[in-house]
Design a protein around this ligand. Structure first.
Ligand code: ATP
Length: 352
């Protein structure tokens, strides 16, 4: 077992259910390193917010324990939310509308004497790039600025960890990407340990040092964003993290045979076994070839790229992304080239 205090946050065998008796969090164990940015991602209802609420202390686990550094906040002992060294940033900013920005930030610092408080407010506003905003009211700020104030307020008491629950979902798409980048940088510069919750896979990939994909209250996979995107452990993770193709294959004596060619059999699967090769659309490229049997059946122009649906000879459809200017007509016959080393072999919906 890990030493208390070795990690910023530790969850050990945590279970949580509600009156409905449905188990929402099941046997969750996770160690978050100091300064690490962990993202909890997963579909609606998988238990992301419940996990944050358990760490913040708004709800108590049924079993298991939670440590913030060496302080056991839930389990054998219980620490109320206001005494946990945790900062929280919500989706809706939750700034007090009748208080100025400096009063909002000072709110959690009332135990500190005035001059110390003023210094912290100044430092916090500088940290989030909003120097001089002290006397403004929340309604005088843009959504992105309000979210930076919310982060300043969460960081001002110098918490051991900041919990951020869908912090960008109230922002429009353009602002969202910009504020995400800014807040990521602020957390990095401050060396803050942070746990984000999001259901947005793009956001999860961009923000995380380590990504936790949840499914029905359990870990579906924990790893680096690259690992989870390129080497998903299950079909569920592959689909949750982006577009994927599953190409059926049969294990033969000389490898795995599929409609798009042969893959080596890396784990000596039994001959005759049925598997799927998971391929991302950008691992499949196209070129015009009148002698080919694959045909372009649909194109979605996404701006930065084109997403093609290709019908193979068998009638099976696969997806391919090509650069923005690679435009093929519907019905065009195309030769398919696959980045074979990127194929992930799955048996019974699990990576082998
Ligand atoms: P979303 O992305 O939609 O916010 P989530 O992954 O954050 O989803 P949670 O809010 O953690 O999901 O909820 C997980 C499950 O627990 C859901 O089925 C939800 O209905 C249930 N749940 C959460 N809080 C309570 C509660 N206080 N009482 C009863 N059930 C609850």
């Amino acid at each position: 077992m890990s030493r208390a205090g070795e990690f910023a946050v530790s969850l050990r065998g945590v279970y949580k259910s509600f009156e409905s008796k449905k188990v929402v969090i099941e046997d969750m164990s996770l160690n978050v390193a100091h300064g690490e940015i962990v993202v909890l991602a997963g579909p609606s209802g998988c238990g992301k917010t419940t996990t944050l609420r358990l760490i913040a202390g708004f709800i108590e686990p049924d079993r298991g324990s939670i440590f913030i550094e060496d302080l056991e906040v839930a389990g054998a002992s219980s620490v109320p939310p206001e005494n946990r060294p945790v900062g929280i940033v919500f989706q809706d900013y939750a700034l007090f509308p009748h208080l100025t920005i400096e009063e909002n930030i000072s709110f959690g610092l009332l135990k500190i004497e005035k001059s110390g408080r003023d210094n912290i407010v100044t430092d916090s506003l500088e940290l989030v790039g909003l120097e001089g905003f002290n006397k403004r009211y929340p309604h005088e700020l843009s959504g992105g600025e309000q979210q930076r104030v919310a982060l300043a307020r969460a960081l001002a008491p110098k918490p051991k960890v900041v919990l951020l629950d869908e912090p960008f979902s109230n922002l429009d798409a353009f602002l969202r990407a910009q504020v995400r980048e800014e807040i990521h940088q602020i957390l990095r510069n401050a060396g803050t340990t942070a746990i984000f919750v999001t259901h947005d896979q793009q956001e999860a990939l961009t923000l995380a040092d380590r990504l936790v994909v949840l499914n029905k209250g359990r870990f579906a996979q924990v790893g680096t964003p690259e690992d989870i995107y390129h080497r998903p452990a299950t079909r569920f993770v592959a689909n949750f993290m982006g577009q994927s193709n599953f190409l059926p294959g049969t294990v033969e004596s000389n490898g795995i045979s599929t409609e798009l060619g042969r893959w080596p059999n890396p784990s000596s699967l039994d001959q005759g076994s049925e598997v799927d090769i998971m391929l991302r659309p950008h691992d499949i490229s196209l070129a015009v070839d009148e002698a080919a049997s694959a045909v372009v059946s649909a194109r979605q122009f996404l701006g930065e790229e084109n997403l093609y649906t290709i019908r193979l000879l068998s009638g099976r459809k696969i997806r391919s992304t090509m650069p923005s200017h690679s435009v093929f007509d519907l019905g065009q016959k195309v030769k398919i080239t696959v980045r074979r080393q990127q194929g992930v072999i799955m048996k019974d919906d699990k990576r082998i």
